[in-house]
Design a binder for this molecule. Structure first.
Ligand SMILES: Cc1cc2nc3c(=O)[nH]c(=O)nc-3n(C[C@H](O)[C@H](O)[C@H](O)COP(=O)(O)OP(=O)(O)OC[C@H]3O[C@@H](n4cnc5c(N)ncnc54)[C@H](O)[C@@H]3O)c2cc1C
Length: 411
């Protein structure tokens, strides 16, 4: 058997897991190469704590090379194009050939897609944006804060709600009791994919923390001079501080290589993560995966974009490729299980988990809010950022056993 090359594009959450898992499973005659443009990984769920000042930048960043298993070849370069017919990838430094390709390039943010948004909005959806917003919130004189989900889809269904609650908490702590936090979204309820009961529970969480929730508000433009938000068919809103969840779009490379659908995301087989091209897989935020149920009568539901799914998909793809290389049959499939800790401030979090592939629609449960879930989120962060090795393994086992003890089978 000659040595095979598995090439992984994008060393974020999905890409790093896929690379490490493949390296663990494949004999050394096979090459596992990971191409990533940023030498330092910044853990996105911790952007919220960077914004609140609970974390410093070096506490939420780590060298990509320390986060993957030894033996993974990390290529620090920017991918420029994918040539599917010649099984090669062009970076700004070299041409790379592959036998198997895993695309884990995530989603791009397109803040310029809505007129006026780039000039006026802060965001905690990027590392730099979180730092800037932290300073702005420290000096904010008070008034109306608008947190706006500016378009669908976006990553992490919980993050807009978490951000709004944490901002409300920060303002309260600063004694700005008269300030208001408003959360606007085009969705009919919080986290619609999780069903009406969970939506009501999250609405209550928001209300308890003084966040006004405005569903069915689709932003069409911002007037930076007047500090005004314009929505389709709704009253405009005057803000003093604007925080946006920017519009997202699929990675340019996927669109240019012909892998993407009309909306710009990569359709994959939901169980195997295989694209329409042989030996080419896609995982994580870059993908489009339809799930049971309808968001509106004419709009099918899609699997949310979240690290927990990128992670699980990466493990499935790695095991499937390793089995194929070894000439072994496998039934390994991505089953749609996921979970999310919803940080609400004051060291308290909620916890939602369930089966997103359940028929006739996802079956998601919400556990009562508490300190335990906040600790779980911190442990998760520590595990994720620990260099590959013993400490990481200990943290993983702690999460696994903690999760089982709390009746969470997928942790
Ligand atoms: C504020 C916030 C909070 C979140 N909280 C949670 C949470 O609590 N739970 C959860 O499950 N998810 C959460 N998420 C979502 C989660 O971070 C993403 O869903 C996850 O990172 C997706 O993984 P991915 O591998 O698909 O993409 P990414 O992790 O985004 O990785 C893509 C990688 O590709 C690289 N790349 C892109 N283009 C190129 C190129 N041309 N050449 C080389 N490299 C390239 C990027 O640099 C990046 O490292 C949160 C996100 C945000 C923003």
């Amino acid at each position: 058997m000659s040595g095979k090359t598995v090439l992984i594009l994008g060393g974020g959450i999905g890409g790093m897991v896929a690379a490490s898992e493949l390296r663990r499973l494949l004999p050394t005659e096979h090459q596992v190469a990971l191409v990533e443009k940023n030498p330092k990984h910044a853990f996105p769920p911790s952007f919220l704590w960077l914004m609140t000042g609970d974390r410093q930048p070096d506490q939420i960043t780590q060298d990509v090379r320390r986060l993957v298993r030894s033996g993974v070849e990390v290529i620090l370069a920017e991918v420029q194009s994918i040539d599917l017919s010649n099984r090669s990838v062009q970076t700004n430094a070299q041409t790379l050939n592959y036998d198997y390709l895993i695309i884990a390039l995530g989603a791009e943010l397109a803040i310029d897609a809505i007129p006026g948004l780039a000039e006026s909005a802060h965001t905690y959806y990027t590392f730099d944006g979180s730092m800037k917003l932290r300073d702005t919130l420290r000096n904010f004189a008070g008034g109306k804060v608008a947190v706006v989900v500016s378009a669908l889809p976006y990553k992490c269904p919980g993050a807009p709600h978490e951000g709004a609650m944490l901002i409300a908490n920060m303002l309260r702590k600063r004694g700005l009791q008269d300030s208001e936090v408003h959360l606007f979204t085009p969705e009919p309820q919080p986290m619609p994919v999780a069903g009406p009961a969970l939506g009501e529970a999250v609405k209550q969480m928001l209300a308890d923390r003084g966040v006004a929730f405005h569903p069915l508000h689709k932003l069409n433009q911002v007037n930076p001079d007047a500090r005004e938000l314009a929505f389709d068919g709704k009253d405009s809103f005057h803000y003093d501080l604007l925080v946006a969840i920017p519009p997202h779009r699929g990675p340019r490379l996927a669109r240019e290589s012909g892998l993407a659908n009309e909306a710009g995301w990569i359709p994959v087989d939901r169980a195997t993560l295989q694209t329409k091209h042989e030996n080419v897989f896609a995982i994580g935020d870059a993908t489009a995966i339809q799930i049971p149920g309808r968001w509106k009568p004419d709009v099918p539901m899609m699997l949310p974009k979240a690290g927990v799914f990128a992670h699980a998909q990466a493990e499935v793809v790695a095991r499937r490729i390793a089995a194929e290389i070894a000439g072994v049959k496998t039934e390994d499939m991505f089953c749609g299980d996921g979970y999310c800790m919803l940080e609400a401030g004051e060291d308290v979090a909620g916890f939602a988990f369930g089966d997103f592939f359940a028929e006739p629609s996802p079956q998601i449960q919400l556990r009562q809010m508490g300190w335990t879930w906040h600790v779980g989120k911190v442990l998760f962060e520590q595990w994720w950022l620990a260099p590959y090795g013993l400490r990481r393994e200990v943290l993983k086992q702690a999460l696994h056993f903690g999760g089982r003890a709390l009746g969470i089978p997928m942790m």
